[in-house]
Design a protein around this ligand. Structure first.
Ligand code: HPA
Length: 266
């Protein structure tokens, strides 16, 4: 289903955001960083995918972050909600339709690295799609053969890294591995993920990266670590923990983004 871009354009009035930001589980607090916010609930936009996952907002928030006009997607639909890995396609097409060709994706993730504990932020440099899913399955055009050699924009990564340095905040870098979820991984799967080169694991972001590259958008992505991955501490994992821990790293990420966004639209 495609979204009536005219209606969305009308709702935004004079505002002309050039970059969009997708907020992950428990990261709705980043909306607090938006100045002069214009809020549009997803349910008011015909065809907009709405997540039923707790800890996820459900609105577009347009306003200023670091002095830059941003369109924030507070809440996203996950492939595990319906089995549809392309669930976010109408939303990303609508964003692109507004003339926005830059996208920052955020998520909550489990860490595979001892030195990257809960509250850490990891810049995603590359990913491993371990879900068996792909949002472009069924896309009939040759455009489906999207190259992902440089999926995560080099200049965006440099902007985020420099901004973290300026703010004197630690920013880890690594590879994010997409598991479909919604169950968490087993300790054996985490040992495998480590052998395969993953630094963090999660249940989102990769399908949106693929879709955004398909749509010709430039992409950056960051994980907020909410827990050590399964088997690393012996503790059981839970969504409650994800929601509780995400705001910690979310604050760090908000500060880095406030500095980075002006560089990313320059
Ligand atoms: N695994 C998958 N997804 C997650 C995790 C995890 O450990 N933590 C937060 N989201």
């Amino acid at each position: 289903m495609s979204i009536d871009g005219g209606e969305l354009r009308y709702r935004l009035g004079e505002r002309q955001p050039k970059i969009a930001l997708v907020l992950g589980s428990g990261l709705g607090g980043l909306v607090e960083a938006v100045e002069d916010p214009l809020r549009i609930p997803y349910v008011e936009i015909d065809g907009w995918p709405v997540s039923a996952v707790s800890g996820h907002g459900g609105e577009l928030v347009c306003g200023l972050v670091g002095g830059v006009e941003v369109l924030v997607l507070s809440g996203r639909v996950h492939a595990y909600e319906t089995g549809n890995a392309a669930a976010m396609r109408p939303a990303l097409e609508a964003v692109k339709g507004l003339g926005i060709d830059r996208l920052v994706l955020t998520n909550a993730a489990g860490s595979l690295r001892e030195e990257m504990g809960p509250g850490s932020v990891m810049l995603i440099e590359d990913h491993i799609n371990f879900s068996g899913l792909n949002p472009l399955i069924g896309e009939p055009s040759d455009a489906r053969f999207v190259g992902l050699t440089e999926a995560y924009d080099v200049e965006f990564r440099a902007a985020l890294t420099a901004s973290a340095t300026d703010e004197n905040l630690p920013l880890h870098r690594g590879t994010y591995m997409w598991f479909s979820g919604p169950s968490f991984e087993t300790p054996a799967e985490i040992r495998m993920a480590r052998l395969m080169g993953a630094d963090a694991v999660g249940m989102s972001t990769v399908p949106e990266v693929i879709l955004a590259r398909f749509l010709g958008m430039r992409v950056a992505a960051a994980s907020v670590v909410t827990n050590f991955a399964a088997g690393m501490t012996g503790a059981e994992l839970s969504h409650a923990e994800t929601k509780e821990m995400a705001p910690r790293g979310g604050e760090v990420l908000a500060r880095i983004l406030s500095r980075a966004l002006p560089r990313m639209v320059a």
